[in-house]
Design a protein around this ligand. Structure first.
Ligand code: HEM
Length: 272
């Protein structure tokens, strides 16, 4: 497994960095092009009114979910929401772990060897460093990264795991029953009784299954039930990094930028 990870990690990380840079450069290219945003539609009857940034962000973030899927597809909405609470907090944890680890490596401090179960080593291989980040709540690694705060960090992040676990189970149900984009309940009066069957996009189904693997290997690693299971956890995590720039997972990064554009359009009154 370590040999596979040592081979796979540099490839996945290179594709991840190159793909992400390509997407960011493409976005910058779009920003500096002569295209300009549409102005507001003030001449139209019942035109949307300009609004504050706070109101605009509220509309962008909460309106679509509250107006549509919460009413028409509650299973998907609950699964999606719980899963996102879990993943967003987990990614924040990985980011903090990555920053602390980068500082330790730059200072030449010994790091744990996850595969060998050693708390101190000079194993700076990509596979080991990635495993340290993905195992940030495992007792030995949490202690290295967060010192005395390690057990508290691990305890707090159990909440993320439980949210992700419940959300993922619901998402598996959604995939199995082709509920993505479905209308399973009345959306509003004009379309009372209308039902629409959803779809099961293959990439989304693949991602959900990989995430199931990530969550369960995380649980087994935290409970220290299967030795070295964290390596399998890293393998799943690297697979998501590999496809990140080229799949809908890109929204994990881009959604923050998209929020700003969408809010800016509402603020100008160009969109309701
Ligand atoms: C509020 C902004 C966001 C919106 C509107 C959003 C929207 C979505 C949508 C529509 C899906 C697909 C659900 C499906 O296929 O049925 C999805 C999946 C996913 N999102 Fe987000 N997302 C947001 C933010 C984020 C962030 C910040 C992260 C991570 C840091 C994230 C991570 C994921 C992951 C990993 C999946 C795959 C779940 C699965 O397929 O089982 N999302 N998101």
């Amino acid at each position: 497994m370590v040999a596979i990870l040592n081979f796979y990690a540099p490839i996945a990380l290179t594709v991840f960095v190159a793909g992400t840079l390509y997407k960011i450069l493409r976005h910058i290219g779009m920003m500096v092009s002569r295209r300009r945003p549409m102005g507001s539609t003030q001449g139209a009857l019942d035109a949307p009114q300009p609004m504050s940034w706070g109101e605009a962000f509220k509309r962008v973030i909460f309106y679509p979910i509250a107006m549509f899927p919460r009413r028409s597809n509650p299973v998907w909405t609950l699964g999606f929401t719980l899963y996102h609470i879990g993943i967003i907090t987990t990614v924040i944890g990985y980011t903090v772990a990555g920053v602390i680890l980068a500082g330790r490596v730059a200072a030449g401090v010994p790091v744990p060897d996850v595969a060998a179960g050693l708390s101190e080593s000079s194993n700076y291989s990509a596979a080991n460093l990635v495993s340290i980040i993905f195992a940030d709540a495992e007792p030995m690694v949490a202690n290295f990264l967060f010192g005395g705060f390690g057990p508290t960090f691990a305890a707090i992040t159990w909440i993320d795991v439980l949210c992700a676990l419940t959300g993922n189970l619901l998402m598996l149900f959604v995939r199995a029953n082709r509920l993505s984009g479905a209308i399973t309940r009345d959306l509003n009066d004009p379309v009372r009784g209308v039902r629409v069957s959803g779809s099961r996009p293959p990439v989304n189904a693949f991602v959900t299954v990989v995430i199931t693997g990530i969550i369960w290997t995380e649980i087994l690693a935290r409970l220290a039930l299967v030795p070295n299971i964290v390596l399998l956890h890293s393998l799943f995590g690297l697979t998501l990094l590999l496809i990140f720039p080229f799949s809908y997972l890109w929204h994990m990064l881009y959604v923050w930028v998209a929020f700003v554009y969408a809010a800016a359009r509402r603020r100008r009154g160009a969109l309701a």
